[in-house]
Design a protein around this ligand. Structure first.
Ligand code: GLN
Length: 306
């Protein structure tokens, strides 16, 4: 592992895949501010447990992290609530699209996992109850990557204006008693967390506690306990890429979390965290090129949890 030259591996992946930009996938259309993002962008960055960094392409360009934020909101909620969190949120893969409403009815308002939209909205409700809204999330991310992190207000507005399905999910859960707080307040946290902007380099650093048994990527102090970190990684592997999670485990074999901004963060426990970004999505809402980049990374390095 020490002998691996990560910079040349990322350069190779970038050179091999860049010509495919524009050949597949589509940018997310249902959020107007995301529909305007150029699909001709591709970045990749990693940071090892030893602090070595490597990057290629548009790795310093901030993008909308969208559902990748769900890892960090879950981290805050687990930290504050521990086991009690699981009384309101399940841990099973959904096998359904990220914005699906169907299982909520049969499961009496308990979302299947924290990474589908319903689950993340339930986590946002917990954060509101704890007084930990968007400011706390931004503060966590800034501490994790040592840089100021902001929200793209245009994306946040666009989400709020067109978030009919998320509003439906929140109201439906409220009807079952899953949410304690006012629906509009909870959705405000959710829409804003999705609109956080970060680069691949920042994300690869911020997620670093997930490959370090929960220790802070820069300071070493615990962000989560070892056991809690294992659980977040397990949820990323089984639920982090929605109804493509089985295929991701099969082809890539790493805990991953994607977002409809086109980013995917992946964890190689005890070794490194990696972030890829390219805005065009496949039909499951995962980055079309990002997925290929992760497959190639695993093929070239042999790194996998299996
Ligand atoms: N903001 C998006 C939504 O709520 C997040 C979904 C995603 O990234 N998968 O629909």
């Amino acid at each position: 592992m020490g002998a691996m030259n990560f910079q040349s591996i990322l350069d190779e992946i970038h050179a091999e895949l860049r010509p495919r930009l524009g050949q597949g996938g589509q940018v997310a259309r249902y959020i107007p501010a995301l529909a305007r993002v150029s699909p001709h962008q591709f970045g990749i960055a990693l940071r090892t447990c030893a602090g070595e960094v490597a990057q290629a392409g548009d790795s310093a360009v901030p993008f909308s992290i969208q559902s990748m934020s769900k890892v960090f909101s879950l981290t805050l909620a687990i930290r504050a609530q521990g086991e009690a969190l699981w009384q309101r949120i399940g841990r099973e893969p959904s096998g359904s699209p990220f914005n699906s409403l169907v299982q909520l009815e049969t499961e009496r308002g308990i979302p299947r996992n924290p990474f589908i939209n319903a689950g993340a909205i339930a986590v946002a409700d917990r954060l509101v109850s704890l007084g930990d809204g968007k400011a706390e999330l931004l503060a966590l991310l800034a501490r994790l990557c040592g840089e100021t992190i902001g929200i793209d207000d245009e994306v946040a507005r666009s989400e709020a204006e067109t978030g009919f399905r998320n509003t439906a999910l929140a109201n439906f859960m409220k009807g079952f008693g899953t949410l304690d707080n006012d629906v509009a307040t909870v959705l405000d946290v959710y829409f804003n967390q999705c609109a956080i902007a970060m680069s691949c380099e920042q994300m690869a650093c911020a997620a670093g506690y997930l490959c370090r048994d929960g220790r802070h990527p820069l300071a070493g102090a615990p962000v989560l306990s070892e056991a809690q970190t294992r659980r977040v990684n397990a949820l990323m592997l089984t639920c982090g890429t929605y109804d493509a999670a089985g295929e991701f485990a099969f082809r890539i074999g790493l805990p991953c979390k994607s977002g409809v901004g086109g980013g995917i963060v992946a964890v190689v426990p005890d070794q490194l965290t990696l972030c890829v970004w390219s805005p065009a999505l496949d039909e499951t809402g995962n980055s079309w090129l990002g997925r290929q980049a992760l497959e190639l990374f695993v093929a070239k390095t042999g790194l996998s949890v299996f």
